[in-house]
Design a protein around this ligand. Structure first.
Ligand code: GLU
Length: 395
């Protein structure tokens, strides 16, 4: 029988972050000494106070289906969190808990986008934004930026990218992959442009909120006249080292939250009961409880910037948040290293994998073809060794 997959899946690109992580795992299993700086995943364990809450939930026999949009106690705790950290007022009926922020984003796209709608992606952007748009048969429009503007877009660029078909824009600050953070002032300037276009919705992905090195991120929905058309996305994976627990959530206008619940009700139902009970404890905890991880990430960021900065051809910005560096490595394009011609960032990333045994992710996957992404959510020992190997290959 012929294997006929749908056009939908055939047109969907593979997630480059996950693909590179899988490749690194595969090579490791073959016995290669790979250092993986590909996946954006804290290398810490989930804090004990959260694990204890999960164990207690199991012992209390939490084992049934959960409400599709999440336990009410969790939604209430999320409302308190939004008030405490973001000065945003949401009611529980504006909250939807999902299986990771990725599902939250996919829900939003599914309930708001029609085929042919345009969605604006300030580049660099996380790999799955464009794929999720493609899945909705929407057209994604990249707004480019470069290291010279600290990987941020300007109001003039935003204005120029808007057409009558523009339905949404995705913001992400602190940004994956650049680590840049938009200041309140910069966000307000972008909002001024959006004010003139009342039919555009904003998705504000704030998943790296707590991983910042002094510049407190600003929530787009906190801009008075943007609240009614902004969906705030967040989750527990990054700040609480809970990537595998899969808890994401949104705060949104109620009609959008209701639509997401309807979507989720046909696809996954409510997310895992144990993870949700533990999430109540995590969301209620003061962010200071996980500050030790952020402090450690900052030390590693400084180390990586220092070491990579000594390699000719690595052009770096200073990331203010998240746990990635995103060097512009276009200085290597056109060169031949170890008999390999480097035409683009993918070639460079493959060179590092094959010759230095270091896994990174090509910037092409993030709409920034001059760069590669390196996660520094790895031990200091691994980071030092990885950069030493890279230096050797390039010298
Ligand atoms: N968000 C992380 C990353 O960018 C995890 C992998 C993924 O879901 O893309 O590496």
């Amino acid at each position: 029988m012929s294997q006929q997959l749908s056009d939908r899946i055939n047109s969907l690109p593979v997630s480059q972050t996950l693909a590179m992580a899988a490749k690194a795992r595969e090579l490791k299993a073959e016995g290669r000494d790979i250092i993986s700086l590909s996946l954006g995943e804290p290398d810490f364990n989930t804090p004990d106070f959260i694990k204890d809450a999960a164990i207690e939930a199991i012992n209390q026999d939490y084992n049934s289906y959960t409400p599709v949009d999440g336990y009410v106690e969790l939604k209430e705790a999320i409302c308190e969190k939004f008030k405490r950290d973001n000065n945003l007022t949401y009611a529980p009926n504006q909250i939807v808990v999902s299986t990771g922020a990725k599902q939250s984003i996919a829900n939003i796209a599914q309930v708001l986008l029609n085929p042919g709608d345009e969605i604006l992606l300030p580049a660099p952007y996380w790999v799955s934004y464009s794929a999720i748009a493609t899945l909705c048969e929407a057209k994604y429009v990249e707004i480019p930026s470069s290291i010279d503007s600290d990987f941020k877009i300007t109001p003039a660029q935003l204005e120029a990218a808007i057409t009558p078909k523009t339905k949404m824009i995705f913001f992400n600050s602190p940004n994956n992959p650049s680590g840049s953070i938009y200041s309140e002032e910069e966000y307000r300037a972008l909002a001024k442009v959006l004010e003139k276009h009342p039919n555009i919705y904003i998705l504000s992905d704030e998943i790296y909120e707590h991983i910042n090195y002094g510049t407190k991120p600003f929530s787009f929905a906190a801009i008075e006249n943007m609240y009614d058309r902004t969906i705030t996305v967040n989750g527990l994976a990054k700040a609480f080292a809970m990537t595998g627990w899969r808890i994401g959530f949104i705060g949104a206008p109620q009609w959008i939250a209701k639509a997401c619940t309807k979507m989720q009700g046909q696809i996954t139902s409510g997310t895992n009961c144990i993870a949700q009970r533990a999430a109540i404890t995590a969301v209620k905890a003061a962010p200071e409880k996980v500050q030790y991880m952020v402090d450690e990430f900052k030390t590693r960021r400084d180390l990586v910037l220092d070491l990579l900065g000594k390699i000719d051809g690595f052009n770096l910005n200073v990331p203010e948040g998240a746990f990635y560096v995103f060097p512009d490595i276009s200085a290597f394009f056109g060169k031949t290293i170890k008999d390999k011609e480097i035409k683009n960032a993918s070639d460079f990333s493959m060179l590092l994998l094959e010759e230095a045994n270091v896994a990174t992710v090509t910037g092409e996957a993030f709409g920034a073809p001059d760069c590669i992404r390196m996660s520094y959510a790895a031990s200091e020992l691994q980071l030092r060794e990885a950069i030493k190997r890279i230096k050797e290959v390039l010298s």
